[in-house]
Design a protein around this ligand. Structure first.
Ligand SMILES: Cc1ncc(COP(=O)(O)O)c(C=O)c1O
Length: 409
């Protein structure tokens, strides 16, 4: 070997990196994009975002920020005026006082959740996670050295119950993650359910990470409830996580926030100061603009669209035999139980599991879905109904045809 040449054999990655895999949604997105680039008309049900243009109020505020050269670093934890405005808004909607030093502005809800795991967990700390879950929850917990403790909710209509939480508690339990409205199931937790969990978490001195990033996207007559507004003493051990991504159709702008006790936010400030620094200044000004002139009109428009989409989707799925899907109460996902089709045959090949089914749906029917295996549920697939209307109908028609061609006996 020539000593002056760099070796072709790379040195090993860290054990942490070796355990890490790409989110299921992004690997499905790359497979779908590869087919699209080959000229195939793929319907993408795998993306977790609205097909809308961005909220106009946010667009105008971002344009103004760009025109007035708001290009510099901001404090790592966010613009003071944005933290103040968020504190005011959270105080108003929760009926519990929040100050600006209890707010961290982050690059989307994802960074807020990661910060929470990093500043609150010690190695070996257990975190209760409802199954099915958004797959980033357990991954971030593990990155922080924590141990996810999975609680299956399938038998309880995808709801984490007090009894199930109680059963999962050990002396090492340090945190519970609650996500309502829920990705992937669409469940919206009811007041009594949350109150019970809040009291339990309070009694056992557990942190609650409460991810409500779909809170504005709820189907009537369901209502979103915030755990701190239901049980104010829990404020001192809760991290509320919210985002502009889903509700304002700005997933790419990367702006969200966490609300937590001031020492937790101060720790997040230190962490963010050494990792990403501030979220994009333009996105922060856009978020501020939307709080100053909040856009209820946009939210109404989005929910009206989602109502119609859900109706159309349920009509199409009503004709598909051998699947089960409870009508979602919030967010914009259908979580479809396809277990009766697993083990069946499609054009002679046996469908081994949901991953295989998702692959066949992509290659044969040209629709991209998220297999539930990544969410801890090997019986289901997730479909977003926030795509454009034509794509929804076309994609579900292909889905119905494909499913009807599976021979199960
Ligand atoms: C439950 C849940 N939390 C957080 C996020 C992250 O959102 P953001 O784009 O704000 O980082 C997502 C995105 O899919 C999500 O589904």
């Amino acid at each position: 070997m020539n000593n002056s040449e760099p070796s072709a054999v790379s040195l090993p990655l860290s054990q942490r990196a070796q355990r890490l895999s790409a989110p299921g949604t992004s690997s499905m997105r790359s497979k779908a994009n590869a087919l699209k680039e080959a000229g195939i008309n793929v319907v993408n049900f795998a993306a977790g975002e609205l097909s809308f243009d961005a909220c106009p109020v946010m667009k105008a505020a971002a344009t103004d920020a760009l025109a007035t050269a708001r290009n510099r670093y901001t404090p790592p934890i966010g613009l003071p005026q944005l933290r103040h405005a968020l504190a005011q808004q959270v105080t108003q909607r929760c009926g519990v006082n929040y100050a600006a030093d209890e707010i961290a502005v982050t690059a989307g809800a994802k960074q807020a959740l990661y910060n929470a795991a990093m500043v609150l967990l010690n190695p070996g700390d257990e975190v209760i996670v409802a199954v099915p879950y958004w797959e980033t929850f357990p991954t971030q917990i593990q990155l922080a050295g924590g141990v996810p403790v999975y609680v299956d909710t399938a038998a309880d209509d995808y709801r984490l119950t007090c009894a199930a939480v109680q059963k999962a508690l050990t002396p090492r339990t340090r945190m519970i993650v609650i996500n309502t409205p829920n990705n992937p199931t669409g469940t919206v937790y009811q007041r009594e359910e949350l109150l019970g969990i809040a009291r339990l978490a309070f009694a056992h001195r557990l942190w609650v990470v409460f991810d409500e990033c779909y809170r504005k996207l709820v189907r009537a007559p369901h209502e979103h409830h915030n755990i701190v507004s239901l049980f104010a003493p829990l404020k001192h051990q809760t991290v509320l996580v919210d985002s502009f991504s889903k509700s304002h159709a700005v997933t790419g702008w990367r702006v969200g926030y966490a609300c937590a006790p001031a020492p937790v936010i101060a720790a997040m400030h230190n962490l963010q100061g050494h990792t990403t620094s501030n979220p994009s200044s333009l996105s922060q000004y856009a978020a501020l603009g939307s709080l100053m002139a909040d856009a209820p009109h946009f939210t109404r428009q989005v929910n009206a669209f989602l109502d119609q989409q859900l109706l159309a989707a349920c009509t199409c799925l009503g004709h598909v035999d051998g699947i089960r899907c409870a009508p979602p109460e919030g967010a914009f996902y259908l979580f479809i139980d396809v277990s009766r089709k697993l083990g069946g045959r499609y054009l002679g090949s046996v469908i081994r599991d949901v991953d295989h089914l998702a692959d066949l749906l992509l290659t044969e029917a040209h629709i991209a879905v998220v297999p539930g295996s990544g969410c801890g549920d090997g019986n289901s697939i997730r479909i977003s109904y926030a795509v454009e209307r034509e794509a929804l109908i076309e994609g579900l028609t292909r889905f119905a045809r494909f499913m009807s061609e599976i021979v199960t006996h």
